[in-house]
Design a protein around this ligand. Structure first.
Ligand code: COA
Length: 535
């Protein structure tokens, strides 16, 4: 039998404390998500409504099929910066006429939907997702274009947005632009480069330069509608393929376009029968301890995420700090690697290497569940070849060709983050739990190292390490520890687009299911070519 059993006791002090700690983190996260959802705030939302317009979120809600989920991606982009949380653009995977689509909508209530450095980075990450997991793209266009005060950050790299739209089209990924409002200058190339363009009568304004700039440039007197109104583009310039009578009509036409795309997924279909886990997903709140130094068993997580809680463990008696095995999530076959104790040693590294090779051999995607403090250090482990063995694992991850998804549940430190398929190893998606922490090492360890290095340098210069030097170094170490602690938090990391979103642990199964569905647009093909494994 490969069905997991649970040892979780909902009445235990640990479970209660863990749940409390997770709920606190979720409440703090919710505050930030609400900032994203609120857009520019009531003043700008009311103005939008008074103008007879919907907000970007209302448009998305109307666009996607009723009662279907919307997997919002990178919702915290820009967190902790001077810019609005979310990067003034909303993006995510939604179902339109039964077809998985990437929906992208500048939030025009935030600085007119103008694009800053974070909006651009977010858009380019979304374009990577589209490239790797092809799906039709629907842009709900209404934007002030480049954020003018920060144009230096966006102008030159921003060209990639237009390149990506047309390259998507060349790769047979349909691109649809529904233009609701302003789309000027560079923004005009969003509809300009799209396969299908719908413009809203009286709303869309698409021109390279507005009337004031035209007046300055050529002296010509003109107005918005003549220069770039929807009717003009539908009847005269031909930039609009469809003229929508109002916003609702634009969405209706957009949905109709998707219906006609004849979009077919080419990857393996999931098993049709739905098999829920045996254990309550609500209990995912009580597994990770508030203090990440305390280990937890990721099988308790797996038991609440995979179909029928069925986890067929591979090499269960070897390298026990890493669990590897096969399971299904929403009917998709996966290979899972999950840290059971923080440290990865030689056995775990070699077990992971073999498991990744096996998954490539049988064309099975990988799920990495992170809770690692990195590879083991120390004389004994160095002499046993921990670098070689870690390198084998990193080699396998780097050259693996089956799609991978990483979920940061707890710690994700050092080269362990790399071996477990961190962002730089191109997993198709990375999600983080509010309990996760990601950095080169733990904050306390890093601060300790900084202090030791400072002492060595001080003494190396011929100075004596006295009380004053100790006090000063301790102060610096404390400051460093506080900074690293802050910079390791999921909100900080997510704000810098190091993951695709922080998720509620209880949503893990749904989120992985949606991501796996997007991944299975194409056949899953593993590699048989890895780099030279150092022996
Ligand atoms: N860069 C920076 N801020 C911008 C901006 C831009 N491109 N476009 C708009 N904003 C800001 C406005 O300054 C305003 O800020 P505030 O409320 O803090 O004062 C806020 O966004 C809303 O703009 P507002 O003009 O009041 O909204 P609107 O809905 O009436 O008009 C636009 C929206 C986009 C039509 C109008 O703001 C505009 O023409 N912007 C410039 C467009 C442009 O030429 N962009 C360059 C393209 S490369």
């Amino acid at each position: 039998m490969t069905t997991l059993k649970t040892a979780l006791d909902k009445n235990s002090a640990d479970y209660i404390a863990n749940t409390e700690s997770m709920n606190e983190k979720l409440a703090a996260l919710d505050v930030e998500y609400q900032k994203n959802i609120a857009g520019g705030g009531p003043k700008y939302v009311e103005r939008q409504h008074k103008r007879g317009k919907m907000t970007a979120r209302e448009r998305i809600e109307l666009l996607i099929d009723e009662d279907t989920p919307f997997l919002e991606l990178l919702p915290l982009a820009g967190w902790g910066s001077e810019y609005h949380v979310g990067g003034s653009i909303i993006a995510g995977i939604g179902i339109v006429e039964g077809v998985e689509c990437m929906v992208i909508a500048p939030d025009s209530t935030v600085k007119g939907g103008a694009m800053n450095g974070f909006s651009l980075k977010k858009s380019l990450r979304i374009n990577d997702i589209i490239r790797e997991n092809p799906m039709p793209v629907i842009s709900l266009t209404e934007s002030g274009g480049a954020d003018l005060p920060s144009q230096k950050d966006v102008f030159v790299p921003g060209g990639a947005m237009f390149r990506d739209i047309t390259q998507a089209s060349a790769n047979k990924i349909p691109t649809i632009s529904l233009v609701f409002g302003n789309s000027t200058a560079g923004g005009a190339y969003i509809p300009g480069m799209s396969d299908y363009v719908v413009m809203v009568k009286g709303g869309a304004k698409v021109f390279l330069a507005g009337p004031p700039l035209v007046k300055m440039a050529t002296g010509e007197e003109t107005d918005d509608e003549t220069l770039g109104g929807a009717e003009m583009h539908a009847k005269i310039s031909g930039l609009a393929d469809y003229l929508a009578q109002d916003e609702q009509d634009a969405i209706r036409i957009g949905r109709n376009i998707v219906k006609r795309l004849n979009w077919r997924k080419k990857g393996p279909e999931p098993r049709a029968e739905v098999i829920e886990p045996l254990y309550d997903q609500e209990e995912l709140l009580g597994i990770v301890p508030g203090d990440l130094k305390i280990p937890f068993d990721p099988r308790e997580v797996i038991a609440r995420v995979v179909d029928g809680s069925d986890f067929d463990e591979f090499k269960p008696l070897y390298g026990s700090a890493l669990a590897t095995g096969w399971a299904e999530i929403h009917g998709y076959k996966v290979g899972i690697l999950a840290n059971t104790r923080g440290v990865l040693m030689s056995e775990e590294s070699q077990k992971a290497t073999q498991f990744i090779q096996l998954c490539n051999q049988i064309d099975t995607p990988l799920i990495f569940l992170h809770n690692t403090t990195g590879y083991m250090v120390g004389k004994e482990y160095e002499q046993k070849g921990i670098i070689k063995h870690g390198a084998q694992m990193i080699n396998a991850v780097a050259n693996s060709k089956v799609p991978a998804i990483s979920v940061l549940m707890g710690a994700s430190y050092g080269a362990g983050h790399y071996g477990m398929c961190g962002r730089a190893f191109n997993p198709r998606f990375v999600f983080a739990w509010p309990s996760s922490k990601c950095a080169v090492m733990g904050a306390a360890q890093l601060a300790g190292v900084v202090k030791i290095v400072a002492r060595q340098a001080h003494e190396g210069r011929g100075n004596v390490w006295d009380d004053q030097a100790e006090a000063f170094a301790s102060m610096i170490a404390k400051q460093t520890e506080d900074t690293i602690e802050k910079e390791s938090t999921p909100m900080f990391m997510s704000g810098r687009l190091m993951d695709d979103g922080i998720i509620d642990p209880r949503d893990t199964r749904t989120v992985l299911g949606m991501a796996l569905s997007a991944i299975h647009v194409n056949p899953i093909e593993g590699t048989d070519r890895f780099g030279v494994f150092r022996m």
